[in-house]
Write a protein that binds this ligand. Sequence first.
Ligand code: AMP
Ligand code: ZN
Length: 451
Amino acid sequence: MVKFYNSLTRRKEEVPSHAGVVKMYSCGPTVYYYPHIGNFRAYLFMDNIRRVLKYNGYKLVGVMNITDVGHMTSDADEGEDKMMVASRREHKSPWEVAKFYTNIFMNDAKALNIDLPEHIVPATSVIPEMIKFVQGLIEKGYAYETSKGIYFDIAKYPEYGKLSGMDIKEKLAGARIDVDEEKHSPYDFVLWVKAPKEHIMQWQSPWGMGYPGWHIECSVIGDKYLGDSIDIHTGGVDHKPVHHENEIAQSNCFYGHQVVKMWMHLEFLQVNGGKMSKSLGNLYTLEDLKDRGYEPEVFRFFYFLAHYSKQQNFTFEALDMAKSTLKSIKNLVAEHKIGTTNVDTSEFEKEFLESINDDLNMPKAIACVLKMLKCDRSKDVYQTFLKFNQVLGIDLEEKMDIPQEIKDKAQARWQAKKDKNFALADSLRDEISKLGYDIKDAKDGYQVLKK
Ligand code: AMP
Ligand code: ZN
């Protein structure tokens, strides 16, 4: 049984599904700047859930939004649309900015071997649906119009705050007067913004020209692709108190019932024990890691070394450890591929499954993999590893990148050994070694490995 921690009920629960199909929604990137490795921890988390569910035989319908309009510089509607800020910074239209960073996001996600959702949907592709949804909320009495836009009236939803554990009655009672006197409460959030002339992205609506608020896109995209019953919703912990509370309020009020069953939140990636930020110069992208000699797969493997519900501390020492562990895993797997003993791997299979199904305990699953790889070299271990690798997503193909010259020398050496011409075999091994490759022998074959 697969059990995940549900942030809403604060309990580990059996994963919900629709007769074996899990409908899953993941909050996606805001495409106004280069995504950093912290962002990618969130998408590796999504990948982790998807692969573990598939490993257990579930089918998935996954959806992720691309925020290309309406996300203000503060999550709570204040400031300016991030796309407008980027557009000015880069002297490009917001559409060009969105296209550029969406491409970078997709390429990085592919480099990390992230199992992407079936539907990836830009907010700007569902403007008519968002308008209809907002209209619905007005008709049902949950939203009202001011001179600035359409707002959600949180006093109408007494359950507001349940996810993050805030008491909305207390909050409303202690509220200071909002600078915007038209709002019923300072905590009411925007659904649709009446656009000032200078806002480039704007659309015709029943309330004049405007653009959507940030939160509405997730309710609407979820509704369009998954309907009014969603099994799992993921995002970073930063989304809990505002974005996800707002999403819950919008969706549950629109339908009159609870839409998302299980909420899952990922804790933040920290750098050297502190926050990642541009001003501290410690905001790394995948490209930065590549420049320092770390392939994306090293960061992918690094993700597995901490539980998603705990902060993970990024340091280059820790990344080095991930790199060397990954390398030794690959080497051991290559040795098992040509192994000749028989090993019963059923206990490892059981332990691996129990670990991943216990709220994605990846550090425990990796420990199990390492234990298994220490066994006598065996094709049974290799086959079991391939099975585990459906979850891990480690690229084993690299081993094929051996240059032809090395392959020829290795073959000549194998022949020399068979002919008992050990002097020639040894000198060929030395040549191969000088060229940066190792040869591992087994009873009935050999393996060439990059040093
Ligand atoms: P954004 O593009 O800003 O909307 O963020 C995309 C995703 O990255 C969200 O799910 C955030 O919660 C997540 N995120 C942002 N910073 C970090 C971080 N340092 N560690 C983990 N996740 C993060
Ligand atoms: Zn969202």
